[in-house]
Structure formats: C-alpha cells, structure tokens
Design a protein around this ligand. Structure first.
Ligand code: ADP
Ligand code: MG
Length: 375
C-alpha cells in the first residue's frame, strides 16, 4: 500500500517555487523532497521511490517533458504533475502525452496546488490498491485448483477405504444388491480421485521446475517405473505390453518424475483404448539430436477429425467405446505440457480401427537439443 505519509518530489529550477510548494504540502502531512534539476530529481527517485512528482516544465538543462519521460521509464506507476506557465499549454499537452497525470498553470494559489496534489495522490492510492487486488486475485487463481484438490483428496481417499473395508465384508455380510451398489459407488469415487490427481498434476507442472530438474535418465528404468500400476489394467484386458529398447540407447535429458508421468499416461491410454488381447509396444531409437520413444497400440484408433483436439484439456473421444471408459481428458494435455517443458515434442499417428502410435522426441543427454520444428 501507499507509503505513509505520502511522498512528493518537487523538481523546479526556481528556489522560491520549490520552497513555496514544500511549505504548502508539508502542512498537509506530506513528506516533501526538493530537487533543482531533472537530473538530480531522477537521482533521488532512483534511490528513494516517491508517490508523486511535481515537475516544472521549463528548466534549462532538461525540460519537464523529458524528465516526465525518464521518470516513467524508471517507474511507470509514479504520478507526475507538470507545472507550467500560461504560454506553454501546448507543451503541457506534450507532457501529458508522456504520461503526466495532470498539470498546474503558474501562478497558482496554495489551494490550487493542494487540489491537484490530492487528486494525484488519490489516483496513486487507487492504482496501488487495484494492483494489490489484481496480484491477490492472480495468486488465488494460481493456487485455487491446488488448494481445492488437496482439500478434497484426503476425505475422498478415506471414503474409498471405507468402501474397501465394507466390500471385504468386514462390516458384515453384504447382499448381492448392496455389494453391487457399493462397487458402483467405489468406481465413481475412484474416477473422481483420478480427476483430482490429474488436476493437481496439471496445476503443478511448472516449466521452470522441470528445466531445473533435467538430468541424464536411463529410459529403460523410467519405462519400468511407468509400467508399475498399469499391470493390473493390462491383465484385466489381456493386453500384452512389450518393451523393445536397444541396448546402446543414449540416456535422455529428462526430469525423471514428470517424464515417467508422460510414459504412464501414453501407455495407460494404449492399454485402455485397446481391444481385448491387444498389444502395446514401447520402442525407442536414437534420432538426430535426441531419442524418439514410440508407444504403439492395436486399439480403436482415432478419427482424423478428432486428432487436432485430443491434446486439449478435458477433451475425450466421441467414440462410444471411449465414452464407456472412465477418464478425465487430461492425460494427453498433461503429457504434452511436460514434453514441451522438456523442449521436446509429442505427436500421434493413428488409423481408425487399427491402432495408434504416440511418439515423444526428447534430447539425449549430452547431445544436441531437439529443436521443436515438429508439432
Ligand atoms: N491410444 C489411444 N487410442 C485411441 N484413442 C486415444 C488414445 N489415446 C488417447 N486417445 C483419445 O484421446 C482422448 C484424450 O486422451 P486423454 O487426454 O488421455 O484423456 P482420457 O484418457 O482421460 O480420455 C481420449 O478420450 C481418446 O479419445
Ligand atoms: Mg488418458
């Protein structure tokens, strides 16, 4: 908020005028600094920020228009009032164009000075207040998703555990109907938790954090990590996951935590949108400047018309088979965001009814960087 008391700098080459201003303004509880030239005024502002500056238009060394321009270069939020003689209203207009807020024609009475300065300080107060509000709003927006999702996650996880316990029959035998209802409720809850986790991921991914954590990563280990937690879904659908990585594959330059997330999102889609007894192959090869990783499935494929949208947040395929499966539509958006933060690219080829291949290209550790020419 505004420094209390308000600080006003008076830049005028005439001493009598400077001193008169100070007398009037300090009576109002305003802290007043005086400078005899634009250069000295700018020096003062550089080390000691003020709320408002009164600048005389006609000064020998540097005129008021130039001073106003430089003050705003230094700090665009300072309110500038130009003091001008009758003859120079045109130059006052020029000064206003340089961002001066108001002007005061000479000679002026103490009251006139006070009115203009009070108005300028009021503007300053409102500017600062709205800036603070804007910043506060931005901070709330930034943290909102994280806050809400965190708050939701723990009670929902607790509820899920109660369901598990009940389904295990620990609370007593369940009738067939009860069991079915509980299972359905449990499934919905699981879906909700997935959504929350995806939201959290989406809001947490910060490019700067990923760049800071980049280091040489062994892709095979990263794939292994990604496969944990997907085995159950693959077995359920009788989908075989084959990993084919060459022995001499260079290490990739990646943030291991988030890159594993990319792989697990791609592989889980490849399993989920596959046919029964389908196959998922994870391949990789060195390519100029980097490593290309491909996840190929024998699943539904994606219609040409849908391809431009699948990386959008919350987009889910229109296919009824896709719709019958739980999902948040965030998996690919998250993967895309992470890959881009790596300076890499993510793209897809697909044929309806035959399957899809998602390809990630990232830099190899120690190699050239991938230039994002593609997609
Ligand atoms: N391997 C795949 N095969 C077929 N369709 C896919 C595949 N991966 C993604 N899709 C399509 O892209 C959409 C968005 O995927 P994603 O962002 O992971 O969200 P979700 O899986 O939650 O629907 C999916 O709804 C689906 O239509
Ligand atoms: Mg998905």
């Amino acid at each position: 908020m505004m420094v209390n008391p308000p600080k006003v700098l008076v830049i005028d080459d005439e001493e009598i005028a400077r001193v008169a201003c100070r007398r009037v303004l300090s009576r109002e509880g305003i802290e007043v600094t005086l400078a005899p030239s634009g250069r000295e005024g700018l020096e003062i502002l550089a080390r000691d920020p003020h709320d408002l500056v009164l600048v005389d238009l006609k000064m020998p060394e540097m005129d008021g228009v130039e001073v106003a321009r430089r003050i705003h270069e230094l700090d665009p939020s300072i309110v500038i009032v130009i003091i001008t003689g009758y003859a120079t209203v045109e130059s006052a207009v020029a000064a206003m164009k340089q961002g001066a807020y108001d002007y005061l024609p000479k000679p002026f009475t103490p009251d006139e000075l006070l009115i203009v300065v009070r108005r300028g300080l009021e503007k300053r107060r409102l500017d600062l207040e709205s800036r603070a509000l804007r910043e506060e709003k931005a901070a709330i927006e930034r943290n909102f998703v994280t806050m809400v999702t965190h708050q939701l996650r723990s009670p929902l996880s607790a509820i899920l555990q109660y369901f598990d316990v009940l389904l295990e029959g620990i609370g007593g035998e369940l009738t067939e109907v009860q069991r079915e209802m509980l299972e359905r409720a449990r499934e919905r809850l699981q879906g909700l938790l997935e959504l929350i986790n995806d939201w959290l991921d989406m809001s947490r991914i910060q490019e700067g954090d990923i760049v800071r954590r980049l280091r040489p990563v062994d892709l095979a280990a990263c794939v292994d990590e990604a496969l944990k937690g997907l085995e159950w879904a693959a077995r359920e659908k009788d989908v075989a996951i084959q990993v084919q990585l060459p022995e001499d594959l260079p290490k990739i330059l990646a943030d291991p935590g988030s890159f594993r997330e990319v792989l697990s999102n791609l592989i889980s889609n490849a399993v989920k949108y596959n046919r029964e007894k389908g196959v998922v192959v994870v391949r990789a090869e060195a390519c100029p400047g980097g490593v290309s990783i491909q996840v190929t499935d024998t699943g539904f494929g994606i219609a040409e018309t849908e391809l431009p949208f699948i990386f959008d947040q919350f987009y889910r395929g229109k296919d009824s088979r896709v719709r019958s499966l739980e999902g948040t539509g965030l998996g690919l958006a998250i993967a895309q965001k992470i890959v881009r933060a790596h300076g890499g690219c993510l793209r897809v080829r697909s044929e309806l009814g035959r399957g899809s291949t998602f390809e990630v290209i990232v830099s190899a550790a120690g190699g050239d960087n991938v230039t994002n020419g593609t997609r």
